[in-house]
Design a protein around this ligand. Structure first.
Ligand code: CP3
Length: 341
């Protein structure tokens, strides 16, 4: 089995820089779009054989160094009582707005409420047969609260911020409930066989550093402390965190995910040897011609400068209209131009 990815998570030397792509299973692959002609997104998530097949697609097609569970950060919210639909963006018909709404959220029993997630993991570990490791994931408490309170994606997230500032007791009660759920959810994923976990905080960067520290950090810290040290390294990705990585790092974890607004080398100098890093190619670079993709991949590898503990990735998810051959070319460039000490 290739141990590149897990070794890099632990800051150990590797033969080549490992690479995977956030949202690597999805619409940019014709093989995925074909499956979506027959099934809805939620049907794919809830049918373990199909979800496992989708997870395997980028492993087979791109040659990435890790597989990621096919699911969504929002799926565990459904059994808590949130009425989830994708139209195609996510929508909850019953957003959380009051203390009564928070109190009505149910506690999950993992084997009863998300059996399809655990079964997908078990199938994947068999199908992967040790070729590459399997990553599990969840949303971070703040990002999940954003969707639960807004009821959908948003430009400025004014409803959740209004709750945060005007009725903090409701906001904190919600964050506590989400965090409790996440610790058990990620634990169940690890018990079912995931070998690493990524926590996606897509919206953490909409907070000022002080607000992140007050309203988001304590909960992400609790989730990471609750799942870390059980064998699976934790990757913590907060999009838009460039100006507050000194605060975000305090949440802990083994790997800090970086978006493309930061220089990876500068961040590594700041972090020191305690953290591995993941990132951080601008996802839109994959629209460019091969020479541009190659130059940008080499720039990032040079910024890292051969330091152990770098996992190559995009700085956010791959976009749905990227030509798959460009993604394949990027993976190949990372492997060819790796600088390893
Ligand atoms: O990375 C992978 O390949 C694993 C699967 C995965 C999905 N979503 C599948 C998906 C993962 C890790 C996610 C995470 C996720 N989901 C995040 C965090 C990462 C990020 O991109 O910021 C967020 C914010 C969501 C919520 C979500 N799910 C949105 C906003 C949308 C609609 C917009 C979009 O990108 O399509 C989804 C739907 C979704 N999740 C799709 C996939 C493949 C598209 C479904 C389809 O139409 O087929």
């Amino acid at each position: 089995m290739s141990t590149r990815f897990l070794d890099a998570c632990r800051g150990l030397p590797v033969d080549r820089t490992p690479v995977w792509i956030m949202r690597q299973a999805g619409r940019y692959l014709p093989e995925y779009r074909r499956m979506r002609e027959a099934y809805s997104f939620l049907e794919l998530c809830k049918t373990p054989e199909l979800a496992a097949e989708v997870s395997m697609q980028p492993v087979d097609i791109l040659g990435v160094d890790a597989a990621i569970l096919f699911s969504d950060i929002l799926t565990p919210l459904e059994p808590m009582g949130m009425e989830l639909d994708f139209v195609p963006g996510p929508v909850f018909d019953n957003p959380v707005r009051s203390m009564a709404d928070v109190e009505a959220l149910r506690k999950l029993e993992m084997e009863r409420d998300v059996p399809y997630v655990l079964e997908t993991i078990r199938i994947l570990r068999q199908e992967l047969a040790g070729r590459v490791p399997l990553i599990g994931f969840s949303g971070a408490p703040f990002t999940l609260a954003c969707y639960m309170v807004e009821g959908r994606g948003s430009r400025d997230f004014s409803i959740v911020k209004k709750m945060m500032y005007s009725t903090p007791e409701i906001f904190h009660a919600l964050m506590n409930k989400i965090s409790d759920m996440l610790i058990e959810y990620l634990d169940a994923q690890a018990a079912a066989g995931v070998q690493a976990m990524q926590i996606f905080d897509t919206w953490g960067g909409i907070l000022s550093p002080g607000d992140y520290e007050r309203y988001a950090l304590p909960y992400s810290t609790r989730v990471i402390a609750g799942v870390r040290g059980k064998g699976a390294p934790v990757i913590h990705f907060v999009k838009g965190a460039g100006s507050m990585l000194d605060i975000v790092r305090r949440a802990g974890g083994d790997v800090l995910g970086l978006d493309w607004h930061v220089n990876l080398g500068t961040v590594r100098d700041m972090l020191g040897p305690g953290f591995a890093v993941q990132g951080n190619l601008d996802p839109t670079v994959l629209y460019g011609p091969p020479r541009v993709i190659e130059a940008e991949v080499r720039r990032i590898l040079q910024e890292n400068g051969g330091r152990p503990g770098h996992i190559f990735n995009l700085g956010h998810g791959i976009l749905p209209d990227i030509p798959p051959e460009n993604a394949l070319f990027m993976v190949d460039c990372v492997h060819r131009h790796s600088i390893v000490r």
